[in-house]
Every structure is written in structure tokens, then in C-alpha cells.
Design a protein around this ligand. Sequence first.
Ligand code: NAD
Length: 248
Amino acid sequence: MDRVAIITGAARGIGAATALMAASRGYAVCVNYLRSEAAARGVVEKIQAGGGKAIAVAADVAKEADVVRLFETVDWELGTVTALVNNAGILERQMRVEAMDAGRIRRVLDTNVVGSFLCAREAVRRMSVNRGGKGGSIVNVSSGAARLGSPDEYIDYAASKGAVDSMTVGLSKEVAAEGIRVNAVRPGLVITDIHASGGEPGRVERMKGSVPLGRGGMPEEVAHAILWLLSDEASFVTGAFIDVSGGR
Ligand code: NAD
């Protein structure tokens, strides 16, 4: 079976590392991006330079019509999706709950939760053997925040990842008999640009003392866990979580 992967939010960070690693393992890769067209094209060019197959597709995962178009584009250009990585995610400026307004909370939930649901829906519609599909694998990129709660920083973000965890458990059971595995990784402090969105680019450096392994993680270290969960090596693994967090 030709392997086709859609990685959301793959222009940089964990998503870009996952896209590059997936291509090196033989997947045709859709590099989804929100606005960073040049960066997404850069990832595609790197994949193509290594002999792989990839396309870049702009889509806001929080918008239903965009998600539908994203999956249709992949149908036409790469073939039926066999692997989905729900990686796109946002957080906003660090603040206590008492300072948050509804707009901010909705933006975080829209991308992290609604976006993951919509992409999972489109993937299941194509992968389910009950619908004529050939099965597949979904990996949700949650966060250690789902366990830790992120007090004084972004409890809205932590709660959105808690919802992603519940979706992982429920969906894994719902589609297990249809040839689809659903798992999640929970990264800890990983060195990417996401921390700047919270207003603290140096957050990993400040907090690394709280990590038993004594450092922040690299995006590739998360990508390794994602690629394993996607692979046939994880054929008996569903509804599972891998904490890629240095022990934190
Ligand atoms: P990042 O900010 O570098 O990457 C996130 C990507 O998602 C960006 O390219 C962004 O443009 C894209 N994106 C945001 N909203 C989108 C939307 N609506 N539609 C499509 N794309 C969208 O950060 P990252 O650290 O690589 O984060 C990747 C995932 O890992 C996120 O889900 C994040 O919550 C999770 N995570 C990161 C860390 C960490 O320490 N870096 C820890 C735990 C979990």
C-alpha cells in the first residue's frame, strides 16, 4: 500500500521534523501550513531534494471548508491518506484564567480541539474499512500540559490538550475494528518557536531544571515517537500515549 501522510502545521517545529522524517521513511507527505508558505515550501524542497514526494497545502485546521479542501487536494495529488498527524497547535500569551477573555479561549480550542476533530473525521472517512478504505493510523500531538495543567501560563491550552487526550481514547475505540489506530504523543519542553507565542522565547532554558533529563527536547525526538506510532511496528498499539518529556 502506498503510504501517504498529512502532517498539520508542518512548516516548522515538531511538524516540520515529522514531515522530513516521514518522507525519509517512504511516505508521500502533505506539508500543511497556515500562513508560512515560504517555510512550507522549504520543507517540501528538502524532501524533494532527498528524492521524496511532497506537496505544501495551505489550510486553517480550525475551518471546516479548509480541512475538507486539504484532504481533497491530497486525494487528487498524493492518493488516499494512510497517516494523519494532528500537530497544528497554538497557545497565547501567558496569563492567569482571571485575565482571559472568551475570544482567546475560543481561538485556542478552535485550533487545538476542533481542528484535530475535523482532520480526524476526514481521515476516518477515507481510512475506515467499513467505508471501503484500507485502514490507517492517526497520531495526535497532545502535550504534557494535559497532565500538568499549566497554572499561571495557559490553562486554556492545557485543557485543549486534555480534550485531545479524551478524543484519542474515544476515537481509538470507535474505529479500532475498522483498521484504524489512534494514539498520541505528549511532548514536554521542546525547543521550538511556540514558546515565543506565550511571550517567553527562553521558556525552555528557564524551566529545564524541572526536567529529570536536565534539558529541553529536540523536535526530532518527538518525531521519532510519532513515526513509530504511525508504523507497523506499533501494530498492536492503539489508544496509547507516549510522554516525550525527559521524565517531566
Ligand atoms: P510551532 O509553533 O513551531 O508549530 C505549530 C505549527 O502549527 C506552526 O507552524 C503554526 O503555523 C501551525 N498552526 C497553528 N495554527 C494552525 C491552524 N489553525 N491551521 C494550520 N496550522 C496551524 O510549535 P511546535 O512546538 O512545533 O508545536 C507543534 C505541536 O506540539 C503543537 O500541537 C503543540 O501544542 C505541541 N507541543 C509542543 C511543545 C513544545 O514545547 N514545543 C510541548 C508540548 C506540545
